[in-house]
Design a protein around this ligand. Sequence first.
Ligand code: F0G
Length: 333
Amino acid sequence: MTLGEGGTPLVRAENLPAKIGRPDIELYFKLEGLNPTGSFKDRGMTLAMSKAKEEGAEAVICASTGNTSASAAAFATKAGLPCYVILPSGKVAAGKLAQAIFYGAKVVQIDGNFDQALDLVRALAAEGNITIVNSINPYRLEGQKTAALEVIEKLGNAPDYLFIPVGNAGNISAYWRGFKLGKSIGTAKKTPRMFGFEAEGSAAIVRGVVIENPETIATAIRIGNPASWKEAEAARDESQGKIGCVTDEEILSAYKLVARTEGIFCEPSSAASLAGLIKYSREIEKGAKVVAVLTGNGLKDPNTPIEVCKDELDLKPVEPSVKTLKAVMGLCK
Ligand code: F0G
C-alpha cells in the first residue's frame, strides 16, 4: 500500500553555512516534511500497516506526540482498518490533531504525557487482536531506514555527519541501520557520524535517567523514556557520534533561521537537528558533507511561528489605499 511516501528532496543549503560561520562545509537538508502526511513517519507506517493487514489485525493503535497519529490514521484508512490514537492532552500541534481526526481515527486525549500513553497502548494491545504501530512495531524502523539509503543515492556516498532530532529514538536508530546496510551492500564506502539531539527538558539519554515530567516547546520530542534508547546509544557509539541536547531557545532560533535563510519551513522539533549542528559546528572538519534531517512540515504547527514572530505581525487592518500602504510599507520618500 502506498500514499506516495519516500523519495523526499535533499536540498543543498546555500546561505545558512556562512550565517553560522561555517561557509566551508557542504550542508544538505533532508526534507521529510514532504511525505504524504507531512512527516518521516509515513516511511515506516506503510510497512507496519501492510503487515498488520496481512497478519489479520482487527485494528491498530498508537500513542503519539502527533505525527505518528496522523500517519497511522491515514494508512489505516487506506488499509481499511480501525485506528485508535492516544494523545497527551494539550501537547499536540493543531495540524496533527486535525489530521488524525479528519482521516477518521478514534482520537482519545489523556490527562498525561506520551510515555504514559505508550504504556497504556502496550497494555491495551496485550488484551486483544490489535496491532501497535508505534516504532516498537519492528516494521516501522525497517521502513524508516530507507531515508538513509536515499541520502546515499543522492550523494553517491554516505555523508560525513548526520544530524537528527531524538524523541523516542527510533529514527536515529533507523538511519543507522540504513547507513550500515548501504555500506554492507557497497552503495556507500563509509558510514556517517550520527549526531542526535534531544530537547533539554526531556533529555533522558543525555542525562541517563528517565525524565518523569518531560517539558519542551518541541512537543513532538517531548518524551522522557525513549523506546529505542539502547539502539540509539549503539548508533552513537558505533558511529563515534554524539547524543546531545538543545534548549528551547536554541530550537526556536534554528527554526526561524532555516526559514529565513533557506526558505524551508519545518516544525520546531525538526529544528533540533540544526540547533545541534550550530552548537557543535566547531567539531566539523573543513569540507565535510553534512546532512541535517528536517523530520516534519512547518504547516503542522501554525501557532508557534505566529507566537515567535508576534512583534513583526500587526494584525490590525489598515485603510485600503495606495497612500496608506506606501506609508505602512515604508515606501514613502
Ligand atoms: N521529529 C518529529 C517531527 C517527530 O514527530 C518525532 C517523533 C521526532 C522528530 C523524533 O523521532 O521519536 O524516532 O526519535 N514523533 C513521535 C510521534 C514520537 O508520536 O509522532 P523519534
